[in-house]
Design a protein around this ligand. Structure first.
Ligand code: NAD
Ligand code: WQD
Length: 339
């Protein structure tokens, strides 16, 4: 049996494909390469010895997606990573974000119905909690106001999937709300490859540490946190990848819609990250404090107890591993996947 991985050449998808192959599963990737590169398949092959089947196709193209299902009648589950994810870009390109993220998911559900595929794991985000009503954040914490179209697509898709489940009660849908995925594969062969100037903290820090950028701008040091800078729950991408295997195992046994926070349960401030990175790698991370970034919240970290109790999953990698692996990837691939 095969598992369809949408967005499987992307950052989190590629690491999940490696973990699936190493667990003896057979992933099939579909990706339109809008934010990833085909060379990722070479890297997956180098790490695992297996080159997964790959379709370059857009999930918004129903004919192309239908072909993937028609040609692979052994698909029994789907992990749905495909989507546009840049918060700032979603504010400038709302139509593109709503169209891409919603239509791709609707098409996917149509195909799953048509071909009798009933297990779906969806990449949601802690962004659905908005400015969280409580810390640490539980799955029962009320959803908040999102501040951008990207976040809204995650909330809308979660709702769509809950509604899709009602007339399809034999489906199993896992909504995984990721906190802040960082790090890279320990081989240094796969990692995060943002286009242009990174939006997220970790890729920015690694680019500063390796001399590609002069300094880190810290967005505000007057938040109500232990040192005034924003606090987040950073999770190693390989831990996150493994959470998908646990969700998949459970999806094969139970039906329903289940929500899980996927984080470590620990909060690190921006200054904590700078210090941890310098200690773990021996490299300096010069920084300047600048104005707050609109839409940022002070603190966001998970109560990850449900994933441990029900899925039997918990994060294993600590902050030292996150920093070292991110730095190894950046050092071995100073221009990301570009030669
Ligand atoms: P990514 O951009 O590296 O991977 C997403 C992949 O989806 C890319 O390879 C892209 O080419 C592909 N894609 C986009 N639209 C597509 C379409 N219409 N058809 C086919 N392929 C398409 O992002 P990532 O960091 O790996 O994130 C994976 C998922 O996890 C996304 O849904 C993202 O919103 C979600 N998520 C990411 C984070 C994070 O910080 N990275 C946090 C929470 C949730
Ligand atoms: C972390 C902290 C910044 C960059 C985003 C999305 C969220 C999810 C994960 C997809 C914050 C500070 C950052 C920089 C800084 N993605 N920072 N200088 O904002 O928690 O979450 O990625 O679902 O939806 O919003 O992550 O890495 O951008 O920021 O000071 O150059 O680092 O202010 O406190 P964030 P991030």
């Amino acid at each position: 049996m095969s598992i369809l991985i949408t967005g499987g050449t992307g950052f989190i998808g590629s690491h999940t494909v490696v973990e699936l192959i190493e667990a003896g599963e057979t992933p099939i990737i579909v990706d339109n390469l809008s934010n990833s590169k085909e060379i990722v398949l070479d890297r997956i092959q180098t790490i695992t010895g297996i080159r997964p089947k790959f379709y370059k196709a857009d999930l918004c193209d129903m004919t192309a997606l239908d072909t993937v299902f028609a040609e692979n009648p052994d698909i029994e589950s789907v992990i749905h990573f495909a989507g546009l994810k840049a918060v700032g870009e979603s504010v400038s390109l709302p139509l593109q974000y709503y169209y891409n993220n919603l239509v791709s998911t609707l098409n996917l559900c149509e195909c799953m119905k048509k071909y009798g595929v009933k297990n779906l794991v969806f990449s949601s985000s802690a962004t659905v909690y908005g400015d969280p009503a409580e810390i640490p954040i539980k799955e029962t914490t009320p959803l908040g106001q999102t501040t951008n179209p990207y976040g809204e697509t995650k909330k809308m898709i979660e709702r769509i999937l809950v509604d899709v489940h009602k007339p399809n009660p034999d489906w199993s849908i896992s909504l995984l709300r990721y906190f802040n995925p960082v790090g890279a594969h320990e081989s240094g062969l796969m990692g995060e490859d943002p286009k242009g100037i990174p939006n997220n903290l970790f890729p920015f820090v690694t680019q500063v540490a390796t001399g590609r950028r002069p300094y880190l701008s810290i967005f505000g040091d007057d938040y109500d946190t232990h040192d005034g800078t924003g606090v987040r729950d950073y999770i190693h991408v390989v831990d996150l990848a493994r959470a998908h295997l646990c969700a998949l195992k459970r999806a094969r046994k139970v039906t329903g819609v289940e929500v899980y926070n996927i984080g470590t349960g620990h909060g690190y401030s921006v200054l904590d990250i700078v210090k941890a990175f310098e200690e773990a790698t021996g490299k300096k991370v010069p920084y300047k404090v600048v104005a707050r970034r609109p839409g940022d919240v002070a603190t966001c970290y998970a109560d990850a107890a449900k994933a441990k109790e029900v899925l039997g999953w918990e994060a294993e990698f600590d902050m030292v591993a996150m920093c070292r692996d991110a730095d190894r990837w950046q050092t071995m691939n100073p221009n990301g996947y570009d030669a």
